[in-house]
Design a protein around this ligand. Structure first.
Ligand code: GUE
Length: 294
């Protein structure tokens, strides 16, 4: 029976550490770190995530600003706002919540963000630095997974790690980070995706499986080996008869996988809260490295 990689618990520890740092900053009469979030449109999940980021900021003592735009906003309007945030001495970091509506070129928006304020770590310059093992902002979800593995002292060196899903914000960066020459890393990484002939052939042999495909209960116990470490990034709203009208489903079939795994993350309470904590971490890093806060 697997032990739980408790992301909620570790995220609270990390937020408490950040809060203590903020208190020291304030004692020395400096301003608090400031995170800005841009939300475009009315997507329910996006709104919920952005609101939780604002709440996290309050919790750790950051200043936060939520900027809302209608789904009809033009690309140039967004670019103008980004330019303003790039220049603002009062803003340490900002994020543009994804996905964006179709009329907006996501790549263009991400490239417009000053890499020094790119606390999501999505800018190509930061992605490149990540791949080159240089100091930079790591994307929050992969950073959260690494931190969770680190805090539970999960050995990754020399392990076979299989990642399912090659998204730009999770699977692809995760595949790079797990193969880097630092801890947690040094794994032998296989990045599987929709064109992989037989995913099970890989997952069955893997010491570590990281699922990030968004397909509820995809990974079944019979697809993993005894003692594997299972990290579930998937989080899909599935309609049901509960008062909320939905429940949150991971990519992992929890019960059958937990019966065989050594460690497993739950959904909710696993990778999600870690993602949020690492955004706070990146924001305080942005604050500390900002040329305006010496
Ligand atoms: N620019 C940008 N940056 C992001 O980091 C980003 C994004 N866009 N777009 C969407 C994804 C998704 N994402 C999550 C964050 C927190 C939870 C989270 O806290 N989940 C809770 C449950 C939350 C709930 O109850 O709905 C949990 O797993 O326990 C999940 C998913 C960040 N993303």
């Amino acid at each position: 029976m697997a032990e739980i990689l408790d992301g909620l618990k570790v995220s609270k520890e990390i937020k408490a550490e950040i809060k203590a740092e903020v208190e020291k900053i304030l004692e020395s009469k400096r301003r608090a770190p400031h995170l800005v979030a841009i939300l475009v449109g009315n997507n329910g999940a996006s709104k919920a995530y952005v609101n939780s980021k604002v709440k996290d900021c309050e919790e750790v003592g950051f200043r936060s600003t939520l900027l809302k735009f209608p789904s009809t906003v033009s690309e140039s309007e967004l670019l103008e706002k980004i330019d303003e945030l790039n220049k603002s001495k009062a803003v340490d970091g900002f994020i543009v919540q994804l996905p964006l509506p179709d009329q907006i070129d996501q790549e263009k928006i991400i490239k417009a963000i000053d890499p020094r304020k790119d606390v999501d770590g999505f800018h190509p310059e930061n992605f490149g630095k990540m791949a080159l093992e240089m100091d930079t902002f790591l994307p929050a979800t992969p950073f959260g997974i690494l931190t969770l593995l680190e805090r539970y002292n999960i050995e990754t060196k020399g392990k076979d790690c299989v990642i399912i899903g090659r998204s730009k914000i999770v699977g692809r960066p995760m595949s790079i980070l797990m193969g880097r020459k630092d801890f947690p890393g040094n794994s032998t990484v296989t990045l599987t995706h929709s064109y992989t002939k037989d995913i099970e052939e890989y997952t069955k042999k893997a010491d570590i499986v990281i699922t990030a495909l968004g397909d509820p209960h995809f990974l079944k116990g019979e697809m993993i080996k005894d003692g594997a470490v299972i990290v579930d990034v998937g989080i899909t709203r599935v309609d049901d008869d509960s008062p909320k009208g939905y429940y949150l489903a991971g990519d992992v079939d929890f019960d059958s996988c937990a019966a065989k795994a050594s460690w497993i993350t739950p959904v909710p309470g696993g990778v999600g809260p870690m993602t949020r904590a690492m955004l706070m971490k990146n924001t305080i890093i942005a604050y500390k490295t900002s040329v305006y806060n010496d």
